[in-house]
Write a protein that binds this ligand. Structure first.
Ligand SMILES: [Zn+2]
Length: 115
């Protein structure tokens, strides 16, 4: 995020809306598309967020790097996209659940050193 910029007034409204709650985390099952989020319109509308696809996409990407460190970034991206798009809902949920079981959560950020 750029520093010392006048904050976008929409950001303040988004943060206030976050504070209002009515947010659910759930897997969203759609027969046609992969869906990351849904919004019921209207002032009392509920927002539903599904972190599954994005998380599994990042996880698979990094695991491929670990398996094949010699592969280029763009090649890993391509292989990840193809692999994750081909997952069934059940496979996606299974990988997500396994990740939830195996992950270790750190409170402090991991700082990436400049090269
Ligand atoms: Zn990468």
């Amino acid at each position: 995020m750029p520093k010392r910029r006048k904050p976008d007034p929409l950001l303040l409204r988004v943060c206030a809306e976050l504070g209002a709650g009515r947010i659910t985390e759930a897997y969203i099952s759609d027969p046609k598309w992969h869906v990351d989020g849904l919004c019921e319109f209207g002032p009392r509308g509920r927002v539903t967020i599904s972190p599954h696809y994005q998380t599994v996409d990042s996880l698979v990407h990094e695991l491929i790097h670990r398996l094949q460190p010699e592969w280029s970034e763009s090649y890993v991206r391509g292989r990840t996209t193809r692999l994750v798009r081909a997952l069934t809902e059940q496979q996606l949920q299974t990988i997500y659940d396994e990740y939830q079981k195996r992950k270790r959560t750190r409170k402090s950020p991991v700082v990436v050193e400049e090269n």
